[in-house]
Design a protein around this ligand. Structure first.
Ligand code: ZN
Length: 430
């Protein structure tokens, strides 16, 4: 079971690794997760076509620094955020004006190193603090640049773990493993997701089957969808676990269909834990929900966040570190996810056994003996109305929780009536 100490231990192990789209640090990350769950590690070769994309070369860094007068001013070995991810090799001495486009500083945090990538355009760059920027800018000497990297044929690494439930219907839980030393984005999601997988695998058989995937953002999710097209098309809902370890309030990002049950369940779960939470409507920007929600898959995914990406000043910088993310916050977030998942796993869905028009209710003593005098009551909670609503709404897709919410009816009463209708072979629980 997850504890503060365990979160602390794994945060410290995962934080220093120089993750990217590909490479050894991603493999090491997944191997560390294997200490929590028996994750399957899958390697997809460079050059594999995945829909409109191609699995990229594997990137490795051998050395990277900037020096002035023989003294290192910026050094990748001190902080891996200093090097723009996927930078090509460069070696030489340059005037400031000829390299300044390659040197990036944070727009608002002077002491922070910003996080920048250039995955698909072959270029190079360094990310520096304002102080380092000024030293370079004000230097009268030539600036020595050394980047030794390689882009080799290799593979893209994915992790997969399945918790088999009573039903083969699956729920997707995805997190991304491509960010170097930042704690909230994305280690918080990776760790909370890993411990959720452990929780579900230890739980007495859950109702749903849970598919956990650990992928580099975008290209990894696309690759996973391409390799598991049929499976992914059959999934209706899921969670992208991300940025859930900050000190701020919790919130949730809605799925693309805001009327989908997963949104009201997420809201219900958070509102039971705190009165102070954010609701972020679906947006085409964001994380891997962009792929999972695409027209070919249409998986309704939510994210339960604690300092959501884009929303905190330390986002995508060296200030998103182990001072920002504390094990206590991860534990809170984990518990909120469990509360939400427990609700999700208890979803009850009924399907009609005779969907063509209303059944003859009098046969089952469900209709008043004398017809005609019956006017619908102001409150739609008469026992007849509950029967009629159930027969109208139970289509094998909509959950009973959702119906209870829509008609403002007590869930237990609805469940009891649904079982009564099942005993008459009018509905069946699926
Ligand atoms: Zn990010």
């Amino acid at each position: 079971m997850a504890t503060k100490d365990l979160f602390d231990y794994f945060l410290n192990r995962l934080f220093p690794l120089n993750r990217s789209l590909t490479g050894d640090a991603n493999r090491q990350t997944l191997k560390i997760i294997q200490d929590i769950i028996p994750l399957k590690i899958i390697e997809i070769p460079t050059g594999t076509q995945v829909f409109d994309w191609i699995v990229p070369h594997e990137w490795s860094v051998h050395d990277a620094y900037i020096a002035v007068n023989g003294k290192k001013v910026v050094d990748f070995s001190v902080n891996n955020l200093h090097l723009v991810s996927y930078s090509i090799s460069v070696q030489g001495s340059f005037e400031w004006n000829s390299i300044k486009e390659h040197i990036h500083k944070h727009p608002s945090l002077p002491d922070a190193i910003p996080y920048r990538t250039s995955y698909y355009k072959r270029t190079w760059g360094f990310c520096v603090t304002h102080e380092q920027y000024n030293i370079l800018k004000d230097s009268n000497s030539l600036i020595d640049i050394c980047i030794k990297t390689s882009h080799d044929n290799g593979s893209l690494t994915l992790g997969e773990f399945l918790v088999q439930g009573q039903s083969n219907k699956e729920i997707l839980i995805s997190s991304y493993i491509c960010h170097p030393s930042m704690a909230n984005d994305s280690i918080s999601g990776v760790l909370v997701s890993s411990f959720l997988a452990k929780y579900l695998s230890c739980k007495e058989k859950p109702y749903y089957t849970y598919r956990f995937v650990f992928v580099p953002e975008t290209i990894g999710a696309i690759t996973y969808c391409a390799l598991n097209q049929k499976t992914m098309q059959d999934i209706d809902m899921g969670i992208v676990v991300t940025t859930c370890g900050g000190p701020g309030a919790m919130g949730y990002k809605q799925s693309f269909d805001s009327t989908h049950i997963i949104n009201s369940l997420a809201e219900e779960a958070l509102s039971e834990l705190t009165s102070n939470y954010y609701v972020y409507p679906f947006d085409i920007h964001g994380s891997d929900e962009r792929q999972y929600s695409s027209t070919g898959f249409r998986i309704n995914t939510v994210s339960l966040t604690k300092d959501k990406y884009y929303e905190y000043p330390e986002y995508h910088s060296s200030a998103d570190n182990l001072d920002f993310v504390k094990p206590e916050a991860l534990l809170d977030s984990y518990n909120a996810h469990i509360h939400f998942l427990d609700k999700l796993d208890r979803l009850v869905v009924f399907a009609p056994m005779s969907p063509n028009c209303e059944p003859m209710l009098q046969k089952y003593n469900l209709y008043p003996v004398l017809g005609g005098s019956q006017c619908p009551e102001a409150s739609s909670h008469s026992s007849l109305d509950i029967v009629l609503w159930l027969l109208h709404k139970c289509d094998g897709k909509k959950s009973l929780q959702q119906i209870a919410h829509e008609i403002d009816c007590d869930f237990d009463l609805l469940l009891q009536t649904a079982y009564q209708l099942e005993s008459y072979k009018l509905l069946s629980r699926i």
